[in-house]
Write a protein that binds this ligand. Structure first.
Ligand code: MG
Length: 505
Protein backbone atom coordinates (compact mmCIF):
# COMPACT_ATOMS: atom_id res chain seq x y z
CA UNK A 1 0.00 0.00 0.00
CA UNK A 2 1.36 3.35 -1.04
CA UNK A 3 1.04 6.31 1.22
CA UNK A 4 2.27 9.82 0.67
CA UNK A 5 3.35 12.29 3.27
CA UNK A 6 0.45 14.59 3.73
CA UNK A 7 -0.23 17.21 2.39
CA UNK A 8 2.13 18.57 -0.22
CA UNK A 9 5.80 17.82 -0.56
CA UNK A 10 7.77 17.03 2.59
CA UNK A 11 10.58 19.34 1.48
CA UNK A 12 9.15 22.55 0.10
CA UNK A 13 11.61 24.97 1.67
CA UNK A 14 14.06 25.96 -1.02
CA UNK A 15 17.15 26.05 1.26
CA UNK A 16 16.41 22.54 2.58
CA UNK A 17 15.69 21.26 -0.92
CA UNK A 18 19.09 22.53 -2.08
CA UNK A 19 20.81 21.00 0.93
CA UNK A 20 19.22 17.63 0.11
CA UNK A 21 20.36 17.92 -3.49
CA UNK A 22 23.90 18.62 -2.34
CA UNK A 23 23.65 15.63 0.01
CA UNK A 24 22.90 13.24 -2.87
CA UNK A 25 26.55 12.21 -3.61
CA UNK A 26 27.11 11.69 0.15
CA UNK A 27 24.08 9.44 0.19
CA UNK A 28 25.44 7.56 -2.84
CA UNK A 29 28.70 6.80 -1.04
CA UNK A 30 26.71 5.44 1.89
CA UNK A 31 24.69 3.33 -0.54
CA UNK A 32 27.89 1.90 -2.03
CA UNK A 33 29.35 1.23 1.42
CA UNK A 34 26.22 -0.70 2.43
CA UNK A 35 26.37 -2.81 -0.68
CA UNK A 36 30.06 -3.50 -0.13
CA UNK A 37 29.30 -4.46 3.45
CA UNK A 38 26.61 -6.90 2.36
CA UNK A 39 28.91 -8.43 -0.22
CA UNK A 40 31.76 -8.76 2.29
CA UNK A 41 29.59 -10.88 4.56
CA UNK A 42 27.81 -12.98 1.96
CA UNK A 43 29.70 -13.51 -1.30
CA UNK A 44 33.17 -11.97 -1.37
CA UNK A 45 35.92 -14.60 -1.53
CA UNK A 46 37.76 -14.48 1.82
CA UNK A 47 41.01 -13.15 0.42
CA UNK A 48 39.27 -10.12 -1.00
CA UNK A 49 39.19 -8.74 2.52
CA UNK A 50 42.37 -6.60 2.33
CA UNK A 51 41.42 -4.60 -0.73
CA UNK A 52 37.81 -4.37 0.41
CA UNK A 53 38.86 -2.97 3.78
CA UNK A 54 41.08 -0.40 2.05
CA UNK A 55 38.32 0.64 -0.36
CA UNK A 56 35.81 1.00 2.46
CA UNK A 57 38.22 3.08 4.52
CA UNK A 58 38.86 5.40 1.54
CA UNK A 59 35.16 5.86 0.86
CA UNK A 60 34.46 6.53 4.53
CA UNK A 61 37.08 9.28 4.57
CA UNK A 62 35.72 10.69 1.31
CA UNK A 63 32.21 10.76 2.72
CA UNK A 64 33.42 12.56 5.83
CA UNK A 65 35.32 15.18 3.81
CA UNK A 66 32.26 15.81 1.65
CA UNK A 67 30.19 16.47 4.76
CA UNK A 68 32.74 19.02 5.92
CA UNK A 69 33.10 20.88 2.61
CA UNK A 70 32.63 24.64 3.19
CA UNK A 71 29.88 24.77 0.59
CA UNK A 72 27.92 22.01 2.31
CA UNK A 73 28.35 23.58 5.74
CA UNK A 74 27.17 26.90 4.33
CA UNK A 75 24.02 25.32 2.91
CA UNK A 76 23.39 23.58 6.21
CA UNK A 77 23.77 26.83 8.16
CA UNK A 78 21.44 28.61 5.75
CA UNK A 79 18.82 25.84 6.09
CA UNK A 80 19.08 25.94 9.89
CA UNK A 81 18.22 29.64 9.90
CA UNK A 82 15.00 29.22 7.91
CA UNK A 83 11.75 29.89 9.67
CA UNK A 84 8.58 27.86 9.47
CA UNK A 85 10.24 24.56 8.56
CA UNK A 86 8.02 21.51 8.80
CA UNK A 87 8.95 18.45 10.88
CA UNK A 88 10.70 16.68 8.01
CA UNK A 89 12.78 19.70 7.14
CA UNK A 90 13.73 20.25 10.75
CA UNK A 91 14.64 16.56 10.90
CA UNK A 92 17.02 16.94 7.97
CA UNK A 93 18.74 19.88 9.64
CA UNK A 94 18.96 18.10 13.02
CA UNK A 95 20.42 14.90 11.54
CA UNK A 96 23.01 16.73 9.44
CA UNK A 97 24.04 19.09 12.23
CA UNK A 98 24.64 16.08 14.42
CA UNK A 99 26.65 14.29 11.73
CA UNK A 100 28.76 17.36 11.08
CA UNK A 101 29.33 17.92 14.79
CA UNK A 102 30.57 14.35 15.20
CA UNK A 103 32.72 14.49 12.05
CA UNK A 104 34.30 17.76 13.21
CA UNK A 105 35.00 16.53 16.72
CA UNK A 106 36.98 13.48 15.70
CA UNK A 107 40.14 14.24 13.74
CA UNK A 108 40.92 11.95 10.79
CA UNK A 109 44.12 10.73 12.50
CA UNK A 110 42.14 9.46 15.49
CA UNK A 111 39.66 7.74 13.16
CA UNK A 112 42.53 6.14 11.25
CA UNK A 113 44.17 4.99 14.50
CA UNK A 114 40.90 3.47 15.71
CA UNK A 115 40.41 1.73 12.35
CA UNK A 116 43.96 0.34 12.46
CA UNK A 117 43.78 -0.90 16.06
CA UNK A 118 40.32 -2.42 15.76
CA UNK A 119 41.12 -4.23 12.54
CA UNK A 120 44.00 -5.97 14.28
CA UNK A 121 42.05 -6.36 17.52
CA UNK A 122 39.26 -8.26 15.78
CA UNK A 123 41.74 -10.84 14.48
CA UNK A 124 43.45 -11.14 17.86
CA UNK A 125 40.10 -11.39 19.65
CA UNK A 126 39.01 -14.25 17.40
CA UNK A 127 42.17 -16.18 18.18
CA UNK A 128 42.07 -15.31 21.88
CA UNK A 129 38.50 -16.61 22.13
CA UNK A 130 39.41 -19.85 20.35
CA UNK A 131 42.39 -20.38 22.63
CA UNK A 132 40.65 -19.15 25.78
CA UNK A 133 43.48 -16.68 26.30
CA UNK A 134 42.37 -13.34 27.72
CA UNK A 135 45.96 -12.11 28.16
CA UNK A 136 46.33 -12.06 24.38
CA UNK A 137 43.37 -9.69 23.96
CA UNK A 138 43.99 -7.57 27.04
CA UNK A 139 46.48 -5.03 25.57
CA UNK A 140 44.09 -4.42 22.67
CA UNK A 141 41.13 -3.90 24.96
CA UNK A 142 43.22 -1.52 27.00
CA UNK A 143 44.23 0.45 23.88
CA UNK A 144 40.64 0.51 22.57
CA UNK A 145 39.34 1.83 25.88
CA UNK A 146 41.87 4.65 25.87
CA UNK A 147 41.12 5.56 22.23
CA UNK A 148 37.41 5.47 22.97
CA UNK A 149 37.91 7.65 26.01
CA UNK A 150 39.82 10.13 23.85
CA UNK A 151 36.93 10.10 21.40
CA UNK A 152 34.46 10.78 24.23
CA UNK A 153 36.53 13.71 25.45
CA UNK A 154 36.68 15.20 21.98
CA UNK A 155 32.94 14.76 21.46
CA UNK A 156 32.33 16.39 24.81
CA UNK A 157 30.28 15.24 27.80
CA UNK A 158 28.81 16.66 30.99
CA UNK A 159 28.28 13.96 33.60
CA UNK A 160 30.15 10.91 32.39
CA UNK A 161 32.40 10.26 29.37
CA UNK A 162 30.09 7.34 28.54
CA UNK A 163 27.38 9.88 27.64
CA UNK A 164 29.29 10.86 24.51
CA UNK A 165 29.65 7.20 23.46
CA UNK A 166 26.11 5.96 24.00
CA UNK A 167 24.82 9.04 22.18
CA UNK A 168 26.60 7.84 19.03
CA UNK A 169 24.21 4.87 18.90
CA UNK A 170 21.20 6.36 20.64
CA UNK A 171 20.79 10.08 20.05
CA UNK A 172 20.06 11.87 23.31
CA UNK A 173 20.74 8.87 25.58
CA UNK A 174 23.04 9.24 28.61
CA UNK A 175 24.67 6.85 31.07
CA UNK A 176 22.32 8.04 33.79
CA UNK A 177 19.16 7.47 31.75
CA UNK A 178 20.36 4.06 30.58
CA UNK A 179 21.28 3.08 34.15
CA UNK A 180 17.81 4.05 35.31
CA UNK A 181 16.21 1.64 32.82
CA UNK A 182 18.70 -1.16 33.44
CA UNK A 183 18.57 -0.87 37.24
CA UNK A 184 14.79 -1.17 37.14
CA UNK A 185 15.12 -4.24 34.93
CA UNK A 186 17.54 -5.85 37.32
CA UNK A 187 15.35 -5.18 40.32
CA UNK A 188 12.20 -6.44 38.63
CA UNK A 189 13.65 -9.42 36.79
CA UNK A 190 16.06 -10.86 39.34
CA UNK A 191 13.33 -12.39 41.52
CA UNK A 192 11.27 -13.40 38.47
CA UNK A 193 14.08 -15.41 36.91
CA UNK A 194 14.21 -17.90 39.80
CA UNK A 195 10.46 -18.32 39.76
CA UNK A 196 10.34 -18.82 35.99
CA UNK A 197 13.23 -21.29 36.02
CA UNK A 198 11.48 -23.31 38.71
CA UNK A 199 8.36 -23.49 36.57
CA UNK A 200 9.18 -23.38 32.84
CA UNK A 201 10.79 -26.36 31.12
CA UNK A 202 14.53 -25.82 30.77
CA UNK A 203 14.98 -28.25 27.86
CA UNK A 204 12.92 -29.34 24.91
CA UNK A 205 13.44 -32.45 22.80
CA UNK A 206 13.21 -30.42 19.57
CA UNK A 207 16.45 -28.64 20.49
CA UNK A 208 18.35 -31.85 19.76
CA UNK A 209 16.72 -32.70 16.46
CA UNK A 210 18.76 -32.32 13.27
CA UNK A 211 17.04 -30.77 10.27
CA UNK A 212 17.47 -30.76 6.53
CA UNK A 213 18.84 -27.34 5.56
CA UNK A 214 16.78 -27.15 2.36
CA UNK A 215 13.58 -27.81 4.31
CA UNK A 216 14.45 -25.23 6.97
CA UNK A 217 15.16 -22.71 4.24
CA UNK A 218 11.69 -23.34 2.81
CA UNK A 219 10.17 -22.81 6.25
CA UNK A 220 12.01 -19.51 6.58
CA UNK A 221 10.79 -18.35 3.18
CA UNK A 222 7.19 -19.34 3.94
CA UNK A 223 7.28 -17.63 7.32
CA UNK A 224 8.69 -14.48 5.71
CA UNK A 225 5.82 -14.56 3.19
CA UNK A 226 3.36 -14.94 6.04
CA UNK A 227 4.92 -11.94 7.77
CA UNK A 228 4.58 -9.85 4.62
CA UNK A 229 8.26 -9.62 3.64
CA UNK A 230 8.48 -8.57 -0.05
CA UNK A 231 10.97 -11.30 -0.90
CA UNK A 232 12.24 -11.14 -4.46
CA UNK A 233 10.85 -7.70 -5.27
CA UNK A 234 12.23 -5.32 -2.65
CA UNK A 235 14.01 -7.72 -0.33
CA UNK A 236 16.33 -10.70 -0.15
CA UNK A 237 17.26 -13.50 2.24
CA UNK A 238 20.91 -14.60 2.26
CA UNK A 239 23.25 -16.68 4.37
CA UNK A 240 26.13 -15.38 6.51
CA UNK A 241 28.14 -16.44 9.56
CA UNK A 242 26.27 -13.93 11.74
CA UNK A 243 22.72 -12.94 10.84
CA UNK A 244 22.22 -9.25 10.00
CA UNK A 245 20.08 -6.77 8.09
CA UNK A 246 21.33 -4.18 5.68
CA UNK A 247 19.57 -1.76 3.42
CA UNK A 248 20.68 0.05 0.33
CA UNK A 249 17.50 2.14 0.34
CA UNK A 250 13.79 1.85 1.06
CA UNK A 251 13.33 -0.55 -1.87
CA UNK A 252 16.39 -2.75 -1.40
CA UNK A 253 16.55 -4.35 2.03
CA UNK A 254 18.37 -7.61 2.74
CA UNK A 255 18.56 -10.00 5.66
CA UNK A 256 20.66 -13.07 6.34
CA UNK A 257 20.44 -16.13 8.53
CA UNK A 258 22.60 -19.18 9.15
CA UNK A 259 21.84 -22.89 9.19
CA UNK A 260 23.49 -24.95 11.93
CA UNK A 261 21.68 -28.17 11.02
CA UNK A 262 20.17 -28.72 14.47
CA UNK A 263 17.59 -26.91 16.66
CA UNK A 264 15.67 -25.16 13.85
CA UNK A 265 14.22 -22.38 16.01
CA UNK A 266 17.67 -20.77 15.97
CA UNK A 267 17.53 -20.08 12.26
CA UNK A 268 13.79 -19.39 12.34
CA UNK A 269 14.00 -16.74 15.05
CA UNK A 270 17.05 -15.10 13.56
CA UNK A 271 14.93 -14.66 10.43
CA UNK A 272 11.96 -13.26 12.33
CA UNK A 273 14.31 -10.92 14.24
CA UNK A 274 15.98 -9.59 11.11
CA UNK A 275 12.58 -9.30 9.45
CA UNK A 276 11.66 -6.79 12.16
CA UNK A 277 14.71 -4.69 11.32
CA UNK A 278 13.99 -4.99 7.60
CA UNK A 279 10.32 -4.05 7.88
CA UNK A 280 11.30 -0.80 9.59
CA UNK A 281 13.46 0.20 6.62
CA UNK A 282 10.92 -1.05 4.08
CA UNK A 283 8.12 1.04 5.58
CA UNK A 284 9.95 4.36 5.66
CA UNK A 285 8.06 6.76 3.46
CA UNK A 286 9.32 6.76 -0.12
CA UNK A 287 9.36 10.55 -0.09
CA UNK A 288 12.26 10.36 2.35
CA UNK A 289 14.35 8.07 0.12
CA UNK A 290 17.90 9.26 -0.58
CA UNK A 291 17.63 12.04 2.02
CA UNK A 292 19.53 12.28 5.33
CA UNK A 293 16.44 11.12 7.27
CA UNK A 294 15.83 7.88 5.36
CA UNK A 295 16.81 5.44 8.09
CA UNK A 296 15.86 4.15 11.52
CA UNK A 297 15.71 6.66 14.38
CA UNK A 298 18.36 4.88 16.48
CA UNK A 299 19.76 1.46 17.28
CA UNK A 300 17.43 1.11 20.25
CA UNK A 301 14.33 1.89 18.24
CA UNK A 302 15.57 -0.45 15.51
CA UNK A 303 16.13 -3.23 18.01
CA UNK A 304 12.64 -2.66 19.42
CA UNK A 305 11.26 -3.57 16.00
CA UNK A 306 13.30 -6.74 15.64
CA UNK A 307 12.51 -7.85 19.17
CA UNK A 308 8.85 -7.01 18.89
CA UNK A 309 8.56 -9.43 15.93
CA UNK A 310 10.92 -12.01 17.37
CA UNK A 311 9.59 -12.14 20.92
CA UNK A 312 6.21 -10.47 21.30
CA UNK A 313 4.85 -11.85 18.02
CA UNK A 314 7.21 -14.74 17.18
CA UNK A 315 7.25 -16.41 20.58
CA UNK A 316 3.53 -15.98 21.16
CA UNK A 317 1.04 -18.81 21.30
CA UNK A 318 -0.85 -17.24 18.40
CA UNK A 319 2.22 -17.30 16.19
CA UNK A 320 3.03 -20.91 17.09
CA UNK A 321 -0.47 -21.89 15.97
CA UNK A 322 -0.16 -19.83 12.79
CA UNK A 323 3.18 -21.27 11.67
CA UNK A 324 2.61 -24.84 12.85
CA UNK A 325 1.12 -26.07 9.54
CA UNK A 326 3.90 -24.38 7.56
CA UNK A 327 6.55 -26.07 9.68
CA UNK A 328 4.84 -29.47 9.93
CA UNK A 329 4.64 -29.73 6.16
CA UNK A 330 8.41 -29.36 5.78
CA UNK A 331 9.89 -30.51 9.08
CA UNK A 332 7.77 -33.59 9.79
CA UNK A 333 9.49 -34.26 13.11
CA UNK A 334 7.41 -31.52 14.80
CA UNK A 335 4.25 -33.58 14.23
CA UNK A 336 4.10 -35.25 17.67
CA UNK A 337 4.37 -31.92 19.48
CA UNK A 338 1.51 -29.94 17.97
CA UNK A 339 1.21 -26.14 18.20
CA UNK A 340 1.38 -26.14 21.99
CA UNK A 341 4.58 -28.19 21.95
CA UNK A 342 5.99 -25.77 19.42
CA UNK A 343 5.10 -22.87 21.72
CA UNK A 344 6.93 -24.57 24.59
CA UNK A 345 9.93 -25.20 22.37
CA UNK A 346 9.99 -21.52 21.37
CA UNK A 347 9.94 -20.42 25.00
CA UNK A 348 12.47 -22.57 26.80
CA UNK A 349 14.09 -20.55 29.60
CA UNK A 350 17.58 -21.48 30.72
CA UNK A 351 20.09 -19.09 32.30
CA UNK A 352 23.40 -19.59 30.54
CA UNK A 353 26.70 -17.80 30.05
CA UNK A 354 26.27 -16.88 26.36
CA UNK A 355 24.36 -13.71 25.47
CA UNK A 356 23.39 -14.65 21.92
CA UNK A 357 21.83 -17.90 23.16
CA UNK A 358 19.85 -16.19 25.92
CA UNK A 359 16.04 -16.37 26.15
CA UNK A 360 13.95 -13.24 26.57
CA UNK A 361 13.67 -13.69 30.35
CA UNK A 362 17.40 -13.69 31.09
CA UNK A 363 18.72 -11.67 28.12
CA UNK A 364 18.82 -8.28 29.79
CA UNK A 365 21.06 -9.55 32.58
CA UNK A 366 23.80 -10.09 30.01
CA UNK A 367 23.47 -6.47 28.94
CA UNK A 368 23.48 -5.12 32.49
CA UNK A 369 26.81 -6.87 33.13
CA UNK A 370 28.38 -5.40 29.99
CA UNK A 371 27.01 -1.92 30.65
CA UNK A 372 28.49 -1.84 34.16
CA UNK A 373 31.87 -3.04 32.93
CA UNK A 374 31.92 -0.48 30.11
CA UNK A 375 31.01 2.34 32.50
CA UNK A 376 33.84 1.39 34.85
CA UNK A 377 36.34 1.01 31.99
CA UNK A 378 35.50 4.32 30.34
CA UNK A 379 35.33 6.07 33.71
CA UNK A 380 38.82 4.76 34.52
CA UNK A 381 37.70 2.87 37.64
CA UNK A 382 38.92 -0.50 36.41
CA UNK A 383 41.54 -1.67 33.93
CA UNK A 384 41.26 -4.15 31.08
CA UNK A 385 43.03 -6.75 33.24
CA UNK A 386 40.22 -6.53 35.83
CA UNK A 387 37.51 -7.39 33.31
CA UNK A 388 37.38 -11.22 33.52
CA UNK A 389 37.02 -11.26 37.30
CA UNK A 390 34.50 -8.43 37.27
CA UNK A 391 32.60 -10.22 34.51
CA UNK A 392 32.36 -13.46 36.46
CA UNK A 393 31.28 -11.71 39.64
CA UNK A 394 28.54 -9.86 37.80
CA UNK A 395 27.29 -13.07 36.19
CA UNK A 396 27.17 -14.73 39.56
CA UNK A 397 25.17 -11.85 41.00
CA UNK A 398 22.83 -11.36 38.04
CA UNK A 399 22.28 -14.88 36.74
CA UNK A 400 23.63 -17.14 39.45
CA UNK A 401 26.19 -18.71 37.14
CA UNK A 402 29.94 -18.43 36.87
CA UNK A 403 31.43 -18.81 33.36
CA UNK A 404 33.89 -21.71 33.28
CA UNK A 405 36.40 -19.98 31.02
CA UNK A 406 37.15 -16.72 29.19
CA UNK A 407 35.64 -17.93 25.93
CA UNK A 408 32.21 -18.25 27.51
CA UNK A 409 32.92 -15.22 29.69
CA UNK A 410 34.55 -11.90 28.86
CA UNK A 411 35.77 -12.99 25.41
CA UNK A 412 32.41 -13.97 23.95
CA UNK A 413 31.39 -10.79 22.11
CA UNK A 414 33.00 -9.13 19.11
CA UNK A 415 31.81 -5.60 20.06
CA UNK A 416 34.76 -4.35 22.13
CA UNK A 417 37.29 -5.54 19.57
CA UNK A 418 35.41 -3.43 17.01
CA UNK A 419 35.58 -0.39 19.26
CA UNK A 420 31.80 -0.45 19.82
CA UNK A 421 31.67 0.68 23.45
CA UNK A 422 28.29 2.18 24.33
CA UNK A 423 26.41 -0.10 21.94
CA UNK A 424 25.20 -2.86 24.29
CA UNK A 425 22.54 -0.89 26.18
CA UNK A 426 20.61 -0.36 22.94
CA UNK A 427 19.74 -4.08 22.99
CA UNK A 428 17.96 -3.69 26.32
CA UNK A 429 16.39 -0.38 25.40
CA UNK A 430 14.99 -2.14 22.34
CA UNK A 431 13.70 -5.06 24.41
CA UNK A 432 11.93 -2.74 26.81
CA UNK A 433 10.41 -0.76 23.98
CA UNK A 434 9.27 -3.92 22.20
CA UNK A 435 7.09 -4.83 25.19
CA UNK A 436 5.65 -1.31 25.24
CA UNK A 437 4.86 -1.55 21.52
CA UNK A 438 3.15 -4.90 22.05
CA UNK A 439 1.04 -3.52 24.86
CA UNK A 440 0.02 -0.48 22.82
CA UNK A 441 -0.88 -2.59 19.80
CA UNK A 442 -3.01 -4.90 21.93
CA UNK A 443 -4.83 -1.92 23.38
CA UNK A 444 -5.35 0.00 20.16
CA UNK A 445 -6.01 -2.84 17.72
CA UNK A 446 -7.64 -5.25 20.14
CA UNK A 447 -5.15 -7.96 19.16
CA UNK A 448 -4.30 -10.63 21.70
CA UNK A 449 -1.12 -12.51 20.96
CA UNK A 450 -2.62 -15.86 21.96
CA UNK A 451 -4.66 -15.83 18.77
CA UNK A 452 -3.20 -14.33 15.61
CA UNK A 453 -4.46 -14.34 12.05
CA UNK A 454 -2.67 -13.42 8.84
CA UNK A 455 -4.91 -10.37 8.75
CA UNK A 456 -3.76 -9.34 12.25
CA UNK A 457 -0.16 -9.37 11.03
CA UNK A 458 -1.11 -6.92 8.29
CA UNK A 459 -2.87 -4.65 10.77
CA UNK A 460 0.19 -4.74 13.03
CA UNK A 461 2.44 -3.80 10.10
CA UNK A 462 0.19 -0.88 9.27
CA UNK A 463 0.18 0.33 12.87
CA UNK A 464 3.96 0.22 12.98
CA UNK A 465 4.21 2.00 9.66
CA UNK A 466 1.98 4.83 10.74
CA UNK A 467 3.33 5.28 14.27
CA UNK A 468 7.02 4.52 13.87
CA UNK A 469 8.41 3.42 10.52
CA UNK A 470 7.25 6.01 8.02
CA UNK A 471 8.94 8.87 9.84
CA UNK A 472 12.48 7.61 9.41
CA UNK A 473 14.78 9.92 11.35
CA UNK A 474 12.37 12.87 11.26
CA UNK A 475 12.18 12.88 15.05
CA UNK A 476 14.90 12.18 17.60
CA UNK A 477 14.34 8.77 19.23
CA UNK A 478 12.82 10.06 22.47
CA UNK A 479 10.35 12.26 20.62
CA UNK A 480 9.39 9.49 18.22
CA UNK A 481 8.76 7.14 21.14
CA UNK A 482 6.61 9.70 22.93
CA UNK A 483 4.60 10.37 19.81
CA UNK A 484 4.06 6.69 19.10
CA UNK A 485 3.45 5.44 22.63
CA UNK A 486 2.56 8.49 24.68
CA UNK A 487 5.34 7.61 27.16
CA UNK A 488 9.12 7.26 27.43
CA UNK A 489 11.06 4.12 28.32
CA UNK A 490 8.96 2.20 30.85
CA UNK A 491 10.72 -1.02 31.90
CA UNK A 492 7.78 -1.96 34.16
CA UNK A 493 5.86 -3.02 31.06
CA UNK A 494 8.56 -5.45 30.05
CA UNK A 495 8.70 -6.89 33.57
CA UNK A 496 4.92 -7.31 33.59
CA UNK A 497 5.03 -8.89 30.13
CA UNK A 498 7.51 -11.50 31.39
CA UNK A 499 5.50 -12.09 34.54
CA UNK A 500 2.21 -12.53 32.67
CA UNK A 501 3.68 -14.75 30.00
CA UNK A 502 5.78 -17.08 32.14
CA UNK A 503 4.05 -16.96 35.50
CA UNK A 504 0.48 -16.15 34.58
CA UNK A 505 -2.19 -18.77 34.98
MG1 MG B 1 19.16 -6.83 16.03
Amino acid sequence: MERRLAPGQPFSNEAVAELIKEYRPIWAIGHALSLMGWDSETYMPPEGVRERAAARAELTVLRQSMLLRPKFIELLERAAKQEGLNDFERGVVRVLEREVRIARAIPPELNAEIARVTQEAMLVWRRARQENDFAKFEPYLSKIVSLTREMADRLGWKEHPYDALIDLYEEGMTARKAAEVLDKLEKGLRPLIDRVVARAPSRHALEEIKYDVKAAEEVNVEVLRLLGYPLGTRARLGVSAHPFTTNMGVDDVRITTRYEGVDFKRTLFSVVHEFGHALYELQIDRDLAMTPIAGGASLGVHESQSRFWENVVGRSRGFAKLVYPVIRERLRFVEPYGPEGLYEYFNVVRPGPIRVDADEVTYNMHIIARFRIELALVGGEVRASDVPELWNDLYEKLLGIRPRNYSEGALQDIHWSMGSIGYFPTYSLGTVLAAQVGRKISAELGIGFDELTRDDLGRIREWLREKIHRWGMTYAPEELIRRALGEGYEPEHFIRYIEDKYLGS
